[in-house]
Design a protein around this ligand. Structure first.
Ligand code: SF4
Length: 339
């Protein structure tokens, strides 16, 4: 990782409009990703992490159904900064899939079932690099080899249904890497896979990052995976950032009740209680964005909530030292009593 930023997101907000009115599902989100860094975007389903990624890539429905405000500044290979929210559709399409790529959660719905995988990878190469079919297929073969698919030349002719789930996810990674992106956004790329395949995909992403220096935004609800891959972590709840910091520090010493709850719900072999104890969970569910509780959105689920404070005002994001930022009225007190 270097200190050079590649992506600067400031005050990002996303609002959907429908018959029931306007719903703001992402609010006040600011963060920076540096070259070679892996930032894990963590939270339960409905926390706004996938919508944040889709907003960066401008893959949300157009206005007026959905409006995105704030700024997303991307510094490309040529060192030039571009404001992604202001690019016209053609310029954005040139960035997407070339300098910034995305891997989606479920490869079977992202790959076209009626086209050979070689053609699907080659299409991205032809579109962004303007090379002929023969050169694009040669690049597709090279990419299949890079992502560890055996007999890559033969696999060029395979259809998605010929491959296992892990192989299909590798094909998706190959497609995303087709043009050597500087930033890869991976949205739950291992969720649908079994743990051994998941470990293989994570090792692959780490090896590719070491080779190419690309930055990765890794979207996940799985904190076990975060420990494996991330340099830094951003925790989201109800559309807002609630804690952010370096991965080792945050995972070892989470400072707010929500992150503490998420981490204590991760099964750990050294904490297994064979006397019948249950794994701790966070009570309740992520609130509906149309019915957010007043004050701190987490207060109905928080064991530390204080009436009159937590249910009255939304906590601000505060510096908590050592690069950590937190959103909680009571983080100092909670820390002082070692809760
Ligand atoms: Fe819990 Fe209050 Fe902190 Fe929210 S602000 S996390 S309710 S203690």
């Amino acid at each position: 990782m270097t200190d050079a930023p590649i992506l600067e997101v400031r005050d990002l907000a996303v609002t959907f409009r429908g018959e029931g009115g306007a719903l703001t599902v992402v609010n006040d989100v600011s963060f920076t990703v540096r070259r070679g860094e892996t930032l894990a975007l963590v939270g339960e389903s409905g926390s706004g992490k996938s919508v944040t990624s889709l907003a960066i890539l401008r893959l949300l429905p157009p206005a007026p159904r959905c409006t995105v405000s704030g700024s997303v500044r991307f510094i490309g290979r040529d060192g030039r900064a571009r404001s992604l929210l202001d690019l016209d559709a053609g310029a954005m399409q040139a960035v997407r899939g070339d300098e910034i790529s995305m891997i989606f959660q479920e490869p079977m719905t992202s790959l076209n079932p009626v086209h050979r995988i070689g053609d699907q990878i080659a299409e991205a190469v032809t579109f962004h690099r303007g090379v002929g079919r023969k050169a694009a297929l040669a690049r597709a073969e090279e990419l299949l080899e890079l992502v560890g698919i055996p007999e890559p030349r033969r696999r060029l002719a395979a259809y998605p249904h010929h491959l296992s789930g892990g192989m299909r996810q590798r094909v998706m990674i190959a497609m995303a890497l087709a043009c050597d992106p500087s930033l890869l956004i991976a949205d739950e790329p291992t969720t649908a896979l079994d743990v051994t395949v998941q470990a293989g995909i994570i090792d692959l992403l780490k090896a590719l990052q070491a080779k190419t220096g690309m930055a990765i935004i890794f979207v996940t609800h799985n904190l076990g995976v975060v420990a494996e891959i991330a340099d830094s972590v951003m925790v989201m709840y109800a559309g807002r950032i609630v804690e952010r910091g370096d991965a080792v520090g945050l995972l070892q010493h989470p400072r707010i009740p929500y992150t503490q709850g998420l981490l204590s719900a991760v099964p750990r072999i050294d904490r297994l209680d064979f006397g019948g104890g249950a794994l701790p969970t966070i009570p309740g569910n992520v609130p509906d964005p149309g019915r957010l509780p007043p004050g701190c959105s987490f207060h109905p689920r928080c064991a530390h909530a204080r009436p009159g404070a937590c249910d009255a005002t939304v906590p601000a994001l505060e510096e908590a030292g050592a690069g950590r930022v937190v959103r909680c009225h009571l983080w100092r007190e909670i820390e002082a009593v070692g809760a």
